[in-house]
Design a binder for this molecule. Structure first.
Ligand code: DAH
Length: 340
């Protein structure tokens, strides 16, 4: 009787132990190890109970056999319950790892901003394109004929001084000092009427808070019959109002340029926030000089026109309230990043 109790007690202990261990497992691999440990050919149930049946009292054998099998079934059941739990747990975990929240805001990618100068240049082009003008380009390495002579700029003119310009190759070529040569190049090739703007880089030997050795200008040229100063003024006033989006008026002050007669400095004015009228010089302009028409073979008795030249840096500084022209070329990322 005692022996009987002992073997059943032992079986019960094994059962409890198996149930405990199965509960504690957290992977299918460990679970499989437990199956082998308890139910395998060399497992505990086989070696410690079934294989020992022969040594037992024959009367006890059937019962021990039965109980052992019941224990085996019970462990099998526990293993399968646990396996199901592990499978669904692992699936859940995998799904969690793969889960993408499509409602989350995307990663922000920094995009660059258009440089202020290019932005202003584009705006100028668009204003004139909407008036029916064409956009023209010319070479930055220019010869003295286009840069000065055809523009009625004689030898003695200070612009031709070595100190103001960057000359190349025995003073025959230079980095263009203004965009006005594009007027000549266009009129040489095309018959009037002409309406063009010519933006681009120009070069002068200057460097301080308001001057750069390389800067940008846009030239404008309009040629037709019976063109007068009223056309010039109306066009420039429209240009300034479009560019600065303010109720701007302009005034023309007499000035001198070799390639225009009469010539003007053009000022713009607007009311500042205190209601005071402000005037600022923005560009040079004038009626095309007859000598310029002669240089390109247009008859000055038939054709008339106006021209203007504006610094794009200057217009940009006015538009955005910049105080140092050098900010435009320093490449300071904090400056460039501003979305103006
Ligand atoms: N070329 C002149 C300069 O660089 C600007 C200019 C003035 C251009 C008057 C013109 C003009 O076409 O009519 O200072």
């Amino acid at each position: 009787m005692e022996k009987k109790n002992k073997i059943f007690e032992e079986l019960e202990k094994v059962k409890q132990q198996a149930v405990g261990e199965i509960k504690g497992v957290d992977s299918q691999k460990e679970l499989e190890e437990l199956r082998v440990k308890y139910l395998g050919k060399k497992g505990i149930l086989t070696t410690r109970f079934l294989k020992q049946l022969g040594k037992l009292d024959p009367q006890l054998r059937p019962q021990v056999g039965q109980e052992t099998n019941a224990c085996k079934d019970m462990i099998t059941e526990q293993l399968s319950v646990k396996k199901k739990a592990l499978v669904s747990e692992e699936k859940e975990k995998r799904e969690e790892e793969l889960y993408v929240d499509i409602t989350r805001p995307g990663a922000r990618r920094r995009t660059g901003y258009e440089h202020l100068l290019k932005k202003t240049q584009k705006e100028i082009e668009e204003i004139f394109i909407s008036l029916g003008y064409a956009v023209k380009e010319g070479p930055e390495i220019e010869n003295v004929f286009y840069n000065f002579e055809a523009l009625n700029t004689p030898d003695w003119h200070p612009a031709r001084d070595e100190h103001d310009s960057f000359y190349l190759k025995e003073n025959e070529y230079l980095l263009r000092t203004h965009t006005s040569p594009v007027q000549i190049r266009t009129m040489e090739k095309e018959a009037p009427p002409i309406a063009i703007v010519a933006p681009g880089k120009v070069y002068r030997s200057d460097y301080d808070a308001t001057h750069l050795p390389m800067f940008h200008q846009t030239e404008g040229l309009f040629v037709d019959k019976d063109v007068n100063v009223g056309h010039l003024k109306g066009t420039l006033e429209h240009f300034m109002r479009e560019l600065f989006s303010k109720d701007i008026t302009i005034r023309l002050r007499p000035s001198f340029f070799p390639f225009t007669e009469p010539s003007f400095e053009v000022d713009i004015s607007w009311k500042d926030k205190y209601g005071k009228i402000q005037w600022l010089e923005v560009l040079g302009a004038g009626m095309v000089d007859p000598n310029v028409f002669k240089a390109v073979g247009y008859d000055p008795e038939v054709w008339s026109g106006f021209a203007f030249g504006a610094g794009i840096e200057r217009l940009t500084m006015l538009k955005y309230g910049l105080t140092d022209i050098r900010d435009l070329v320093r490449g300071d990322i904090r400056f460039l990043r501003q979305e103006l």
